[in-house]
Design a protein around this ligand. Structure first.
Ligand SMILES: [Fe+2]
Length: 354
């Protein structure tokens, strides 16, 4: 795989992942999932789109649901430090030869740059934004499962080292990774804000969107969401979890929305803001890397993901991953893993003892 050149133009100063724009096929069904069940706050809506935010957010939205014929991802939105950083983003991607558009793409956000980045993902960079009320103290409006922040994106991409080098050139800092002794990198996590990640790369057929994650304050908020889905007889929206991640140390739950877009509910990862923050490297054979309690990952979690769109709204073609996939390593016919490294007597073959 060829590497992506490092531009001579300075990279924009990215603050954080800020919003995702999803296309959805049934706006009413998506509204029921994100508003009625998960409790996201409606900033604004019309017959074609719903603009949602989390309870601690003060910018216009963290999620845009836009009605379309097919379900996909139209933008991964990042906020930058200043208006000049929007100019920097434009120059940076023009030097890379990417499709670059400048303008106003959604309600609530001013001057922005949208690009189809070298990996094939639609990224947006903006500074100007409409401020709205921060509802952090509005406990009378918050249910027991209140989503308080947008935490991160997760992207599926076939060549993780190539994608990682591009993100690191952009100023993202690697915090964790999953590798093996042969040198294959299966996944990696990258931050700008001082948490474990703003985005991550999961090795697989891509470019595709693996999930978008919202934070709760506590573990019990996640358990309440599970109970609520059960009470509503919507437990089939639960794909994986609840559980504790090894990577990130966060408590998690994965849901699928009515179009199959994957949403993670996430809480309690750790501080990563020091410049010498150590990178945590997990062996792909360690059963506790994806779930600290050793629960197996469901196959759909490895194989299914959302289509991403180019800047004209067309699906970006998906490229096959050539290196071995994490699922093949861990649950394939010959996939041995371990719970205690070096303890071969207790090594076991996933699938044979479950
Ligand atoms: Fe995640």
């Amino acid at each position: 795989m060829t590497s992506i050149p490092t531009p001579t133009a300075p990279a924009p100063d990215v603050l954080r992942c800020a919003y995702m724009e999803l296309t959805v096929t049934d706006l009413a069904a998506s509204r029921e999932f994100y508003v009625d069940i998960l409790g996201l706050v409606v900033t604004e809506e019309d017959e074609n789109a719903i603009y949602l935010r989390s309870f601690e957010e003060f910018i216009h939205h963290n999620l845009v649901l836009r009605k379309a014929d097919t379900a996909a991802v139209a933008a991964f939105g990042f906020r930058v430090r200043s208006p000049e950083d929007v100019d920097k983003a434009e120059a940076y991607y023009r030097e890379l030869g990417c499709d670059v558009r400048r303008g106003n793409f959604t309600k609530g956000i001013g001057d922005a740059v949208r690009v189809l980045d070298p990996l094939g993902f639609p990224y947006e960079y903006f500074y100007e934004v409409e401020h709205v009320e921060r509802l952090a103290w509005a406990y009378e409006q918050q249910g027991a499962g209140a989503l308080v922040r947008l935490d991160h994106f997760n992207q599926v991409y076939p060549d993780v080292p190539q994608g990682a080098a591009y993100l690191e050139d952009l100023g993202f800092k690697r915090t964790e990774e999953i590798t093996d002794e042969a040198g294959t990198t299966y996944a990696a996590w990258f931050c700008r804000k001082h948490t474990v990640h703003d985005t991550a790369l999961t090795g697989g057929d891509g470019p595709r969107m693996h999930h978008v994650a919202f934070s709760t304050h506590e573990k019990h908020n996640i358990l309440y969401i599970c109970d609520k889905l059960g009470a509503l007889r919507k437990s089939d929206a639960i794909e994986r979890g609840p559980g504790r991640h090894g990577v990130s140390n966060a408590f998690y739950l994965y849901l699928r929305d009515p179009d199959g877009h994957r949403v993670e509910i996430y809480t309690q990862d750790y501080y990563t803001g020091d410049p010498d923050n150590p990178v945590v490297s997990w062996d792909v054979h360690d059963n506790q890397r994806r779930d600290w309690w050793g629960n197996p990952v469901v196959p759909s979690w490895y194989t299914e993901a959302s289509t991403v769109l180019d800047l004209d709204g067309n699906p970006v073609p998906v490229r096959k991953r050539e290196e071995s996939s994490e699922m093949a390593v861990t649950i394939g016919a010959d996939g041995f893993s371990y719970t205690r490294k070096g303890d071969t007597e207790h090594g076991f073959k996933i699938g044979s003892q479950l």
